[in-house]
Design a protein around this ligand. Structure first.
Ligand code: BGC
Length: 761
């Protein structure tokens, strides 16, 4: 029997009580079984960068430890790889571990937009950009699901802060939702078809995401064609019946005895159509069927292979922000001493806290890894320099570190955010590294200018008040259990940095576009910056930043040449494609990877548009001297904005600028294309302005005819008075009808509206 008939046969045999029970879990991590009909419970587990499966004997309230699993780089790190293929491989490994542990659905990836660097869960999210988030989210889902395990795309939607996260209402206009906060979900849903989507805790424009029919049904299912199951975030359901009616299929963890009783009563009293319940139950049964379909024995976890993958992934995630005098890679020779300073070199910070926290199979320590990576007779000496449980300056620790720095050829300082600074559950209040680290850094630089900084942090930190002390800065993010090995590989040049910033590093918190509206108050957070989040905001304000979106250096260099474009198809026919190609060459002396980024700009538009937007990217791996052709294909959607007037994507004809480069502010080649598209329709009614009537060829002709001309052929009334037109051209024509002498009486206006309505049908 195929899945659909199996589900419908089971549905026919379930009692109302059993159906209600299936719309809730049976405990913290399991769906409800119906033993009478052989319907098993399936297990779900966090999380996005490593499995957090709780052992059977655990407390099942989700707090206590989990069985060992590979801790891969967190999303903030993975995103910096700009490598969907790598993310897919990590996802597949995660899927294998889930299968090995009997987990049916992995609760990730999280792809919420980094609206503010302060969001406590930024380490769990990919980017400030929806294309990058969507592409990588889809890759992760592909990987997980390639193993016969489901993914759960979360947190849908507009969950961009932790402050008041279970109650706050994100007040976001629809254009901003469509272009920014939903676009990544749309891509991941339509391209990777996740088995499940997890709704967010918060409200969106006043309605809980768990009860948001527009989000859960209109957009997700009817527009994007999602055919999987919607699960609540843990504790996000407040009214089970309203949530069910809106499209939320499974409540986790269950409010047993309450939610099921409410569903039963609602069906019995006719408040809820039983067919709505049946639809949700069918989705739960469909998920159970998918999860139990494989007849293959579960794989055995190969911890070594997954650790090696975690290390390879972590090396691709690190972003070399600066590298003056080519300080890196380190090139120590026999007899040299490298001073490694910083507690994080010995006590690594490699993941964030909260529901995504993994119990790693092992942890690489950067200090040990560096010691084994350098040639014999090179000394790697260590001093802690600062404490990680305090921001207080410890003079003794600092003095010891400074003394060591003085006696070394080169200093590598491991700095970063203490675990207490960032976690699920709360937002940061500042972007600074702890004072004990920055004060130490200044003293180290005085002692030895050959200073490299290695950073470990899950969300952007301010660099502008300390980076002058470092010749090189390697941003490693929270890069998982193999972060230490990866850092060593990069420092000695066994690996070449190829990460690029997935988020802008601003000069200061006050420059961030959401600064005035984060995290809101009294239950509301207004997304007042609209679409101008991240680089879209900094570029629009022409604001200096420490490092722009897309930035990252390499130990080699790349040249760009021969940007070409070719248009095929037509927007009217729905098959417009803009083919873009350029040649990229490794112009340096070692193999390396470049992330070629394509940005689009619409210089003249009827709505406010970003200065540039990322619309495609490709990571290429080139030997010294090697050239490759990089090709992209843009569609009409890539050139469009969301029109709230048309309730659709709108493409305005005219010139578009296309630029390729190595970051959003390092654009190497630019060209323009001319795009033909029909004029956007305007609804010509009494509230349409005089200017809008005149901008429409039919409207203008009818208007001129109705007003008539004088004996010299000049239009009568207001149409003949250019000066007046400038002043009151933005009046709706109904309002102009009330003003005498303009030739637009109410009867003329009514006749005009009748004529255009006849035209528009
Ligand atoms: C988090 C989710 C997580 C769930 C289960 C919630 O608090 O927001 O991301 O998947 O708990 O642990």
């Amino acid at each position: 029997m195929n899945s659909r008939s199996k589900v419908s046969s089971l549905l026919g045999q379930l009692t109302l009580e059993e159906k209600a029970s299936l719309c809730l879990g049976s405990d913290f991590w399991h769906t409800a079984p119906v033993e009478r009909l052989g319907i098993p419970a399936i297990m779900v587990s966090d999380g996005p960068h490593g499995l957090r499966r709780q052992p059977d004997e655990a407390d099942h309230v989700g707090i206590s430890g989990s069985v060992p699993a590979t801790c891969f780089p967190t999303a903030c790190a993975l995103a910096s790889s700009w490598n969907p293929e790598l993310v897919r491989r990590v996802g597949a490994a995660l899927g294998r571990e889930a299968r090995a542990q009997g987990v049916a659905v992995v609760l990730g990836p999280g792809i919420n937009i980094k609206r503010s660097p302060l969001c406590g869960r930024n380490f769990e999210y990919f980017s400030e950009d929806p294309l990058l988030s969507g592409v990588l989210g889809a890759a992760m889902i592909d990987g997980v699901q390639s193993q016969g395990v489901g993914a759960s795309l979360k947190h849908y939607a507009a969950n961009n802060q932790e402050t008041d996260r279970l109650r706050v209402s994100a007040e976001v206009d629809e254009r901003t939702l469509r272009e920014l906060y939903l676009a990544g979900f749309e891509r991941a849903v339509t391209q990777a078809r996740p088995w499940t989507v997890m709704c967010a805790y918060n409200k969106v424009n006043g309605v809980y995401a768990s009860e948001h029919a527009w989000l859960l049904t209109t957009v997700l299912r009817e527009e994007w064609g999602f055919d999987g199951l919607v699960v609540s975030d843990w504790g996000a359901v407040h009214d089970r019946v309203a949530a069910l009616a809106a499209g939320l299929d499974l409540e986790m963890p269950p409010n047993r005895g309450l939610s099921d009783a409410a569903i039963i009563t609602a069906v019995r009293t006719g408040q809820l159509d039983e067919r709505v319940l049946d639809t949700a139950v069918a989705r739960v049964l469909g998920l159970v069927d998918r999860a139990t379909a494989s007849t293959e024995p579960p794989p055995v976890l190969d911890a070594d292979a997954h650790h090696a993958l975690a290390r390879a992934a972590a090396t691709e995630c690190a972003v070399l922000l600066k590298n003056e005098d080519r300080l890196l890679p380190l090139r120590p020779t026999a007899g040299d001493r490298i001073a490694v300073i910083g507690e994080f070199a010995r006590t690594p910070r490699y993941q964030g806290a909260g529901s995504s926290q993994v119990n790693p199979t092992r942890v690489d320590v950067a200090l040990d890894e560096l010691r084994s990576a350098v040639p014999d007779q090179v000394e790697v000496a260590f001093a802690a320099g600062y404490g990680i449980d305090t921001t207080d300056h410890d003079d003794e620790l600092a003095a010891e570190a400074v003394a060591l720095a003085e006696q070394a050829e080169v200093v590598v300082a491991f700095l970063g955010l203490p675990a207490a600074d960032e976690s699920e559950g709360f937002d940061r209040t500042h972007m600074n590294l702890p004072a004990n680290q920055t004060v130490l850094l200044a003293r180290l630089a005085d002692a030895n200018p050959n200073l490299a900084v290695v950073l470990a942090n899950g969300s952007a930190v301010r660099l502008s008040d300390w980076e002058q002390h470092a010749k090189a800065v390697l941003e490693c993010w929270l890069s998982g259990q193999a972060a230490g090995g990866a850092a060593a590989d990069l420092l000695v040049g066994a690996a070449n940095p190829s990460g690029r910033l997935a988020e802008t590093l601003p000069l200061r918190l006050e420059d961030t576009p959401s600064y005035l509206n984060f995290p809101g108050e009294a239950g509301h957070v207004r997304y007042g910056e609209g679409i101008f989040v991240g680089y879209r905001g900094y570029d629009k304000l022409d604001c200096q930043v420490s490092y722009p979106f897309g930035h990252g250096l390499s130990y080699t260099s790349f040249g760009y040449a021969d940007l070409t474009t070719n248009l095929t198809g037509h927007h009217q026919d729905g098959d417009l494609v803009v083919e873009v190609a350029c040649r990229v060459t490794n112009t340096g002396d070692r193999r390396g990877k470049e992330v070629v980024q394509l940005y689009v700009r619409d210089p003249e538009a009827s709505v406010a548009r970003p200065v540039r937007e990322l619309k495609a990217f490709a990571k290429v791996d080139l030997d010294p001297g090697q050239t490759t052709m990089v090709e992209f294909a843009l569609t009409a959607r890539d050139l469009s904005y969301w029109s709230t007037r048309l309730n659709d994507w709108a493409l305005e004809a005219g010139e578009f600028e296309l630029a390729v480069g190595a970051s959003s502010r390092d654009l190497r080649l630019t060209t323009t294309v001319d795009i033909a598209a029909p004029a956007l329709p305007v609804r010509l009614d009494g509230m349409a302005t005089l200017q809008e009537w005149l901008a429409d060829p039919t409207g203008s002709a009818l208007l001129h005819k109705a007003v008539g001309t004088d004996e010299t052929g000049r239009p009568k009334g207001i149409l003949g008075n250019q000066e007046l037109m400038v002043v009151i051209g933005n009046f709706p024509i109904s309002s102009l009808a009330a003003l005498p002498g303009f030739g637009l009486s109410h009867s003329v206006v009514h006749a005009l509206i009748d004529q255009v309505s006849a035209r528009d049908g």
